[in-house]
Design a protein around this ligand. Sequence first.
Ligand code: CP3
Length: 346
Amino acid sequence: MSPPHADSPFLAACRAEPHHRTPVWFMRQAGRSLPEYRAVRGTGSILDAIADADLAAEITLQPVRRYGVDAAILYSDIVVPAHAVGFGVEVHPGIGPVVDRPFENTADLQRLRPLEPEEDTPHVLETVRRVVADGSVPLIGFAGAPFTVASYLIEGKPSRTYGRTKALMLGDPELWHALLDRLVDMALVSLRSQVANGASAIQLFDSWAGALSPQIYERYVLPFSRRIFEGLADLDVPRIHFGVGTGEILPLMASAGADVIGVDWRVPLDEARRRLGPNAVLQGNLDPAVCLGPAEVVQAEVADVLRRNGGHPGHVFNLGHGVLPETDPAILERVVEQVHAHPNGS
Ligand code: CP3
């Protein structure tokens, strides 16, 4: 019997194998831009929606049905593990993760006990199994990278400067190390449990790593993210590594060991391969805001992304970051059609 999704264009591209079509999925494809999402989502916390496996599996599959994308991404959030071990984090609509008592000192480490996915997040694993049972496309599991999750726990809310995070990192490297050790373990066991339950690939979101200089990233963040990729190496699933505004640290991020590097829209794909080497497998990178423009402009920009990939078989088409809530789904439907008409690796 052939393995599940043996002919998946998404899995082929992650391995830089040619395929008759270029695969595409969208970060934040499940969400507020879809009327069917708003119809089922309800008004409670997103963490409650995530805890309802029926609902979460349905939301995960909505964009697959609507857009015909080549992968599903689990409907969950990067703060779910920290929430599940009782750290005290909520997700406020329109704001993002908010923490009552932000992480400050050594005593706060006690609030981050080890995650036991089967006990602490059984609903997440149930969602994974349901989506996998649907079987239409590979499921991407994910976790927040230690730096990005730490930034929420320390800042207490989304931040522009990451001032408190950097102050702790530079002012108390020992505590930073201890905190990131815990977040490495948390991401690792969470990702491994998602794969054990059937996820076909994983993505590590270090969304805000672009806030760091290369030397700070290399010293205080890279070793921890690297441990996550090393800790998944035996699993034989593609590992994707993504952050926003990461042009200057792309080579360092790539050295963490992922199979696929996510690139935001600021660095054209041809330039990304100049920085990473000609064999780099890339994911990206249409500017999500372009999708708010006229259809002809979207079409031209999609064509430009494909052209800059230069026929490389290692390309997963995506946006450079998440779908903006005001995006017209019809535009994304056309993006998928256009990308699918393009063979991967010619
Ligand atoms: O479709 C998908 O991409 C899968 C689901 C997903 C969500 N969050 C659902 C969600 C994924 C992969 C995430 C990851 C996540 N969460 C990241 C990394 C990705 C990125 O955008 O860089 C980050 C930084 C978070 C933290 C977070 N959660 C933010 C910044 C927000 C936005 C707040 C808002 O309302 O705009 C959230 C909330 C959130 N997570 C929503 C969704 C669909 C929107 C709110 C809702 O529907 O209640």
